[in-house]
Each structure stands twice: as C-alpha cells, then as structure tokens.
Design a protein around this ligand. Sequence first.
Ligand code: NI
Length: 257
Amino acid sequence: MFIDTHCHLTDKQFADDIELTFDYSQQVGVDKFITSGFDLPSSQKAVEFATKHNNVYATIGIYPEFADKADLQGLSSLKELAQNAKVVGIGEIGLQFTEGAPEKEVQIKAFERQIELACALKKPIVIHSRDAMGATIEVLEKNKDKLVYGGTMHCFSGSTESAMRIIKLGLYISVGGVSTFKNAISLKETLSHIPLDKMILETDCPYLTPHPYRGKRNSPAYIPTIAENLAKIKGVTVDEVAKVTYANSKKLFRLEG
Ligand code: NI
C-alpha cells in the first residue's frame, strides 16, 4: 500500500472525474491521500474535501507567492481551519525566489510565522522551495527549535549536501515525479545516498507527472511508478519502498489505520 503525501485533489483539472481518479488510485494500491492547500481558499477546499472522504487528509498553508496574505488575519484563519481533525500539517509553505515572486523578506517572514504556527498547533510542516534551497534551509536551521513536530521537503530536487542538512533537522525528503525524469541524473545520485527511512512519496498532481507519462495529467495513481523508480535507485524491492515510506508517512502525519 502507498500514501500520496502531497496532491491537489481539489484542482480544477480533477473537477470532472475526481471520484473516478480516486477509485482508480485506490485500485492500484494508493489508500491514503493528503491534499494540500497553497492559499486560504484552496486550504478551505482541501479541508472540505478531506472531510467528505475517509482516507483523505489535508494540509493547509500560504505559499510564498501569496506571502502577503500570511498576516495576522491570514494566520488566524489557518488556525481556525486547523481545528478540523482532518488537518494533518501546515503547508505548502516556504520560499520561491523566481521572477515576479514577492520580496524575499516578505516571504521569509510568512514562512517563519507559519513554522511558528505549526509548532503551536503541534503539526508537521510541508515545505515548498523553488530556486531558494539555500535560503530555505537557513530559515529551517534558524528555527530548528520549532521543528519538533517534524516536516518534509516537498518535491525535493536539491543536492546531497542539502538533503543531509534537511535530514539532520529531523525532516523527511519527499520523492515525486521529478525523480523519474530521464535528465534527473544528479537527483537520482542524491537519492541513492539518502536512507529510505527518511523518505516519503508524493505526486504533487495534477502537476509533475512522472516518466513515462509526462504530458498527461498527473494523478495519485502514478505513485507506484515513482516507487518503482525509487526501488531501482535504492536497489531494493518495490514492496520495501512501499512498506518503509508508508510507515514514515503515517508517523510524520500521525495518520491512523
Ligand atoms: Ni503542491
């Protein structure tokens, strides 16, 4: 069995066939799903969706692109949403230093505020980092006393050195579709050095579809494809990948069953 620890099941790309996608994913062995918010409306939707489905959980948070919304009012809305028992983490939160993104200082402030919120709520964090891995790790290291409930580096694609610093903070490495890409040579090398008991699986669907399905919409049903690729990288069986990552995911997000 597998857990898709990071997906966007409320995305409009699933609007017409979510139940079908969901059933098919369960048929291929994905029996738990964590649907992720990235701003207040999507976090609200994620919680509603999780409430309607037994094996779906939600994470809620404000993504770097919307960092200015992580003000006192935004944080209090997140805090209120987090009272729902299906909320298992705070995220996606983090840093994205791409063109047009909010100022670095604004992003760092929003990230730190939400790390603090997660700690107060006793929940793990789900970290998004794009073109900002060094700064993201610096923020995490600076706030390491607030990481007691753990977290994961969503869609990890950094260096071995970054991975080791993340693990040292007690955080997990999330392995997604990018690890299957033909040109992901250095990522595959990095993953070969990371212990399996520090890894969890995710699709980030509908985005980042794994090879050989690139170009199609991503779905939690592709988790076994990501697991097969990881099994090859680690030189273990797919069953071993399933068993270890399932246990890791349950432990991190404190899932029952
Ligand atoms: Ni995502």
